[in-house]
Design a protein around this ligand. Sequence first.
Ligand code: WT7
Length: 650
Amino acid sequence: MSTVGHVHEASASFKNNALIDAATYRSWYDASIRDPEAFWSEHGKRIDWIKPYTEVKDTDFTLGQVSIKWFADGTTNVAYNCVDRHLATRGDQVAIIWEGDDPTNSRSITYRELHGEVCRFANVLKARGVRKGDRVTIYMPMIPEAAFAMLACARIGALHSVVFGGFSADSLRSRILGCDSNVVITADEGLRGGKRVPLKRTVDEAIQGCPAVETVIVVRNTGGLGDKITSHPRDVDYTTARAKAASDCPCEEMGAEDPLFILFTSGSTGAPKGVLHTTGGYLVYAAMTHQYVFDLHEDDVYWCTADIGWVTGHSYIVYGPLANGATTLMFEGVPTYPSVSRFWEVVDKHKVTLFYTAPTAIRSLMGAGEAPVKRTNRSSLRLLGTVGEPINPEAWEWYYRVVGDSRCPIVDTWWQTETGGHMITPLPGAMTLKAGSATLPFFGVKPQIVDTEGRVLDGACEGALVIADSWPGQMRTVYGDHKRFEDTYFATFPGTYFTGDGCRRDQDGYYWITGRIDDVLNVSGHRMGTAEIESALVAHETVSEAAVVGFPHDVKGQGIFAYVTLMQGTSGSDDLRKALSAHVRKEIGPIATPDVILFAPGLPKTRSGKIMRRILRKIAENEFHALGDISTLADPSVVEDLVTKRRETM
Ligand code: WT7
């Protein structure tokens, strides 16, 4: 690689071997925008179809009639594409490398073994009456059975809803209820950084409020529950059930637009929404982006450090890599256990070539200095990636220089749960990289930057990021609430998909994501709605009102800042702060723990009672001189109180 300032050019040898060069990117991109129908008609063939499609793109972004269909008359099966079709050519190739939390624990699963495991799991589900269209909740640690379970659902046409194993019983319950799921798959316990996570116990607590749940399948992981792995007639011990299940199970023929999965994600208002992805377009898009963005070659060992509870785990641990017949690594643990060298030790142990992680992990490891990285070899690495939040140029340069030894291009991939796959991202052999920029759109993606009135801006500019036309990986609806889908994404700037992100475009046409411009927080790459945290806080008996905003945080990217007004007669104390934090953890999960709780005698409101978040953000950021006009507030004096209190917290 050569470097000028923050601009990096891939080496000649990387470029010579890359799948896509600059000229190919240009010509394919132009073709994909000029004639999406022809472009995707060609690239849709990358997966195997049972009945080939004749229709390609049938999409409408008009508010009131939003409808998104791709390859609609084709039929296929996702598990067939991720498993069965590879058996003839790569049955003995490793599909999944599993690296346990304990560094002495790992496991390799070939495509042939994967086939047997997915079929067995599918047969266990079928034996419990699970059928096409049913919703199955998966609340699992990062063990191979989580991937088997997802693929088993896909095989029989059931929808999975994976819930991150760090969510609380309350959060799990609302997600089970939110998609009317009557089956839950879990494990006895998870293991992270040497600590046990009581998954089954949390499931038991959650489903006290879910009368429809008839089956809980429990995978033995730590063995920590011993014989008490099942404690209720609805519980199924997976080890026993698996032993009785046949190792073959036919694939259900699915329409391209039949649902594949639901994934709950936070928005700016209300409870998390069930993002619905369907079969054909999603798989084509996940697989194609995975191949070209990571420049996937035959002997690559690919590792994405995400959790399968997030979309990154769906598209880029399970579906994209396996559809491409790749070797994908699944990691149960955390970056800092047993030591801060763990990531790089795993890279050396399994000769990882493509490594994909979050900026927050890079920033936290940066804090431990270069030595823990440099004492590992890492010579297998040839490409690095990031996802989840903007990466600051300092962290980018450190990742590039220290982790990649100034040899590996970095792909900074911008996308969302809703987009199914990468949207704005480098193709590493085709783009000159700029530290901090996600660079240019993927094939078929038509980004636009608009001002607050929705006027499309040209050239170098900054504004809201919208996407002007559909792409195959796009979410199809909010599960059970199509109106909410339209209102959330298509009402703000009619005729386009609104991303919720702000963005700058530079003179070279490169995109720089500036972060969310709605009331969504991005804490360590985890997405959270301010409204969710607020409602958790006001559910506490001492709280009368709460307002939550994000503020810059060195490691997490954004921290959670909570302004809390207490009930009359209650006074704020450190103990109460602790109690409120514990309460939020219980209601949502540890990832939602506030970083700062400020007891506010009053909140800045307009005369009509609307909380002025802009002011709260500035106070949280310590930008006391940039509060703007406060004269329109019902009671401007509350601002001075808050500033004084904020100074005390520092
Ligand atoms: C939001 C989506 C996409 C998988 C993980 C997060 C932010 C994501 C980047 C990036 C700057 C990014 C955006 C986006 N984001 N990737 N490369 N640069 N910001 O998925 O939970 O749906 O969150 O994450 O703000 O809207 P998600």
